[in-house]
Design a protein. Sequence first.
Length: 159
Amino acid sequence: MNHFDLLIKAEEQLKCWKCSPIVTELVTCNNTGEIPDTIGWTCRGSILFECKASRADFLRDRNKLFRYDLPDRGMGDFRFYLGNPGVVRSADELPAGWGYYEVNLTGGKPLLLHKFGVKYHWSLQPPLCGNKHNEIIMLRSVIRRKGGYISKSSLKEEV
């Protein structure tokens, strides 16, 4: 699967986990330059997916300070890589507190399988605390793009 296909799978998974809103590759002016591939919010916190179609792309991701060196600067209370088979080879390659889901291409519809590290369940305590400052910047950007505010009258218009 290519990067775009993985983004779609990540969005589908976040919908299954009851996330709303869900944002994909939204560029905002934040203090780390992070552009999450896909991030969603639940009442339990934020869930981030970084999609990696190749091992080389995964290995390049290690250069981002907010992955390994300064994890408190990264977004997502739950953080996962999503990749094709073989992109991540062991749990030792993951940053602390991260998990890896792999696309299983056998059979008809591609399925996500947990392979290594943290696994998501709605009842679990998030392993990390996402950079709430940058997450709020992202959420504010979403609201601005929808007209700048949410009110009772604007909610009625959408129904």
